[in-house]
Write a protein of this length. Structure first.
Length: 94
C-alpha cells in the first residue's frame, strides 16, 4: 500500500503529500468498506484506489444545485463495476 502514495502523487501530479495521503487513505477505506477484504497486490485494486483518489481530487467541490439535479456522478460506471467484481471475488473466496 505504501507504493500507492507515491503512485498517487505521480498520477495526480501533486506535491502536497498531506493531501495525497488523505485522499489515498479515504479511497482505500471507501474501497475496503465497499468490497470487504482488499488484495493490494491486484492491479485492479491499485487502479481502483487511484481512480477514487482522482475522483476525490477532481471533484473535491461539487456545485450544490448540480448535485441536487443529478448532473454530477460521484463515481464513474467503471469504478462501480470494479467494486462489484471485487465484492463477488471476496464472496467466492469465503
Amino acid at each position: 500500500m505504501k507504493d500507492l502514495y507515491a503512485e498517487a502523487k505521480k498520477f495526480l501530479r501533486l506535491d502536497d503529500d498531506e493531501q495525497i495521503d488523505f485522499y489515498v487513505d479515504v479511497a482505500a477505506e471507501y474501497a475496503q468498506a465497499a468490497v470487504g477484504k482488499l488484495d493490494y497486490s491486484k492491479k485492479r485494486v491499485q487502479y481502483l484506489i487511484l481512480a477514487i483518489v482522482q475522483e476525490l481530487h477532481d471533484n473535491r467541490t461539487y456545485d450544490y444545485q448540480s448535485v441536487a439535479k443529478g448532473d454530477n456522478e460521484k463515481l464513474r460506471n467503471v469504478i462501480r463495476s470494479m467494486i462489484t467484481q471485487l465484492q463477488l471475488e471476496v464472496d467466492n473466496e469465503n
